[in-house]
Design a protein around this ligand. Sequence first.
Ligand code: GLN
Length: 187
Amino acid sequence: MRIAVLAVQGAFEEHEKVLWELGAETVQLRKASDLQEHFDGLILPGGESTVQGKLLRELSMLQSIRAKIKEGLPVLATCAGLILLAEHIAGEETVHIGTLPVAVKRNAYGRQLGSFHYADGYFRGIGALPMEFIRAPYVESVSDGVEILASVEGRIVGVQYGKQLAVAFHPELTGDYRIHQYFLGQI
Ligand code: GLN
């Protein structure tokens, strides 16, 4: 299995390492021509969504990625990736890929959660799961057809819509590979 990892900014190398551990091949997406490669799934890593969105536009990659996801390409989005996928970002006009019918709130955790936050959450279909949040977004609301897979402290942090799986936390940082396994299992 060959998985593309968006590699314009952010924590893409960590995802590649997890995928290699699980026996998948990876291809980095750095420029538009990389999208011609064959791949069976796509990972949108954490980082800074405003920077990633700007680079995707400048590199003319945004529309092709959006089209592939609409055609059914399986995608795992984490943290900033979730923001890129969301159809609506609270308080902002910008929409990036916009294929996931949810509204997200960026950097929304108050003092009680802080910038970095660790939680033991429950993920539907997986069970108890360590979750690492870094200036994380959360999902404020979902449209029909979006399944809620995880909530932490009353906030939605994991959703699925068809082949789009999106989480607010960083599954590549905890040494627990079950989110990646779950994703690969759905391809
Ligand atoms: N705060 C970042 C953003 O708004 C996301 C943080 C992350 O990916 N860890 O894009």
